[in-house]
Design a protein around this ligand. Structure first.
Ligand code: GLY
Length: 335
């Protein structure tokens, strides 16, 4: 079952699934509907784990780490690993849909409260790119490793070589090949990168982002997810943001960095997400129906924002007060 179907069909014990009036849903003509998910007093720390899409198991794992006094960095790594190991999810880790040549290639990055960053791109045969990204950050003089070199680094660091192409994803690829044209396929249905942000009990912020990228992409294609400032950005003084959707558009606007900088200038996380989406909208007026982009953001106080071009983008958020999955606001009222 796809994550977005799960949102509509599953009720979760102990999780308040937002619905009806509580759902954040507005269009661009209705900007006054500002969702405020979390507020706090000045200097009060509001621990939180929040992720793109409806991924309660992943966010629950991150939240467990935070509740037990762990760091936001451990929380996002552990949370992302849950989805990377989930064979049912066809957009992250094992089970990810392959490129058009049938190879599953993974991108991931992680960023900590000190502003350190690590990433892997075009990684094959390794189930947990988020953990390899963390090793790049902590154990090498580099920040970004690619392809065979990244795989060799992972293997020498103790990661196992594994087949990531499940039978279900192989079948989907074989079906796609029957009619596919050799050009990038633009379709929001095959995007659900997991971006996760967390604030721990010390008030420190970290983020992680992991994906198998655009399904049936051209061999060698890399999206926004592993690129600092695009798929993810963390500034421990200000907040953090992460992206999902058509990576090419996020890359061209350096979306996550933009959101953090807008928050630095005084925007709320919600206002900053909306402005970043509007940058993309302004450049793509004629082709908005072709792709989805969505952002989530948190600020230092634990307030959150989420905004997408189209409807159907969900967010999973855990705080001590509330555990919820909700639909974000979106730019287009007709989607
Ligand atoms: N946002 C994931 C990608 O475009 O690869």
């Amino acid at each position: 079952m796809k994550r977005r179907d799960f949102l509509h069909t599953t009720s979760l014990t102990g999780i308040a699934v937002a619905s009806g009036a509580a759902l954040m849903s507005c269009d661009h003509k209705n900007k006054e509907q500002k969702p405020v998910v979390s507020t706090s007093e000045e200097n009060e720390i509001t621990p939180i784990a929040i992720a793109t899409w409806n991924v309660p198991e992943a966010v629950n794992k991150a939240w467990e780490v935070i509740e037990n006094g762990g760091s936001a960095l451990d929380a996002v790594e552990q949370g992302c690993r849950v989805e990377e190991a989930n064979e049912e999810g066809q957009s992250v880790g094992v089970g990810g849909l392959p490129d058009r040549d049938g190879n599953v290639t993974l991108d991931a990055c992680i960023m900590n409260a000190e502003g350190d960053y690590g990433a892997v791109v075009y990684l094959q045969n390794i189930k947990h790119p988020i953990s390899v990204a963390r090793k790049v950050m902590e154990e090498t003089p580099h920040v970004l490793m690619a392809g065979k070199g990244a795989e060799q680094f992972a293997l020498s660091s103790g990661f196992e070589k594994e087949n990531l192409l499940t039978e279900a994803s192989k079948k989907a690829w074989e079906e796609w090949k029957v009619t596919a044209k050799y050009k990038p396929i633009i379709n929001i249905e095959n995007h659900d990168t997991i971006g996760m942000l967390a604030i721990d009990k010390e008030g420190n912020i970290s983020g992680g982002c992991t994906t198998s990228g655009l399904a049936y992409k051209m061999a060698g294609r890399v999206g926004d997810s592993p690129i600092i400032g695009s798929g993810l950005f963390v500034d421990n003084e200000i907040g953090a943001a992460t992206a999902t959707g058509m990576g090419e558009e996020v890359l061209k606007t350096v979306g996550s960095f933009l959101i953090v900088e807008l928050m630095r200038q005084g925007r709320s996380p919600q206002q900053a997400c909306e402005e970043a989406i509007e940058r993309i909208v302004a450049k793509n007026k004629d082709r908005l129906q072709d792709f989805q982009v969505a952002y989530i953001a948190i600020n230092k106080k634990g307030a959150t924002g989420a905004h997408a071009i189209h409807s159907g983008f969900s967010v999973t958020s855990y705080t001590a007060e509330k555990q919820e999955i909700y639909n974000s606001s979106h730019y287009l009222s007709d989607s």
